[in-house]
Design a binder for this molecule. Structure first.
Ligand code: NAP
Length: 308
């Protein structure tokens, strides 16, 4: 198979931590250029904007967009209109409608659009899906509680409108839940806690149900110090299922069934190459739709100011 000439836009934390190593380890790709206002990738051509990059390097075939979600749609339109395949970091955009707009544009230009959800590729997620498909779920509790100061230092965008606040990690939990449950769910109530000096929530609690009356609730909180929790616990007829550490480990009734090394970004790039070669897109908006519903239904509670 010929390699895919890839470019990366928005060189920041996730590009350095995950995209560059995943691309370097995948023979399907050749990284040919990067565009970022300040960030740089050593050893390739770097540009200050996506416009400059696309006009200077016509051999680019695919572009990964890794800037904050509020700025992704404009860049994606430029890439799609230039006939490039596009990988969107999560969340795929700031609104549902803008991502639907991108999906329509990708179809019109016959290129692939990938709305990536890295947590769906956590090691034990497929095993959890299989376990749940063979039993009846009585209740499910999601706890995604982390220390924002540890994980998101100096990220102003995350607190701004469209940055999603605590839903930036919370949407990872929703991407797993929507993968492992056998039926679609919908939110029935939500409370969103906004620091008095911020435009995005620092905590959220949401209840959901499904057509069979599932009892599902999720707690997202950015004020967690000490032990961090990224856990999904389900009471089922086959026992208590615990999917912990962000989808890395699966146990049932305390017995560890699945724990393998994490390979989320290598798998995402594998999937992107697969859809490019098949001529498909992969755009599942369910996690983002649940976040939008929580904002629509959510009772707003103002809490104490947050200072970095
Ligand atoms: P980041 O480092 O704060 O931002 C990435 C880069 O985007 C920045 O270095 C900056 O590069 C560019 N950028 C920032 N503000 C911009 C603006 N106003 N207009 C255009 N470009 C701008 O964020 P990140 O942690 O890498 O996260 C980026 C995306 O990846 C988010 O959607 C996030 O949810 C997702 N993600 C992050 C993680 C993580 O662990 N951090 C994990 C998975 C997914 P320049 O200044 O050089 O332009």
């Amino acid at each position: 198979m010929p390699t895919i000439n890839l470019a990366i836009v928005g060189v920041g934390k996730i590009v350095r931590d995950q995209h560059l190593p995943a691309v370097a380890g995948n023979a399907d790709y050749r990284l040919v250029a990067a565009a970022s206002r300040n960030g740089r990738v050593e050893g390739i051509d770097n540009f200050g904007s996506i416009e400059q990059m696309l006009s200077a390097v016509p051999s680019i075939q695919a572009v990964s967009l890794c800037m904050p979600p509020q700025y992704r749609h404009a860049a994606a339109v430029q890439a799609l209109e230039a006939g490039k395949h596009v990988f969107l970091e999560k969340p795929p955009g700031a609104t549902l409608s803008e991502v639907e707009d991108l999906a329509a544009l990708a179809a019109d230009r016959h290129v692939s659009l990938f709305a990536s959800w890295h947590s769906r590729y956590a090691p034990a997620v497929e095993a959890a899906r299989e376990f749940l498909s063979g039993t009846r779920i009585r209740a499910m509790r999601v706890a995604w509680k982390e220390d924002v100061r540890q994980w998101h230092p100096n990220q102003a965008w995350i607190w701004q409108p469209g940055g999603l606040g605590v839903f930036d990690p919370g949407i990872n939990a929703l991407s797993i839940v929507t993968r492992i449950l056998p039926r679609p769910v919908f939110a029935t109530a939500a409370t969103l806690e906004f620091p008095e000096n911020r435009d995005a929530p620092i905590a959220a609690s949401i209840t959901f149900t499904d057509a069979a009356g599932l009892d599902l609730s999720a707690e997202f909180d950015w004020r967690q110090t000490g032990r961090q929790s990224w856990d999904i616990v389900a009471q089922t007829e086959a026992g208590e299922m615990v999917l912990s550490e962000g989808g890395a480990k699966l146990s049932v009734d305390g017995r560890l069934l699945h724990a393998e090394p994490e390979q989320e970004y290598p798998m995402l790039y594998g999937r992107f190459a697969e859809i490019i070669r098949a001529g498909h897109s992969d755009v599942d908006l369910a996690p983002l739709r649940h976040v939008a519903d929580a904002f629509m239904l959510g009772r707003r509670k103002v809490v104490e100011a947050f200072h970095d």
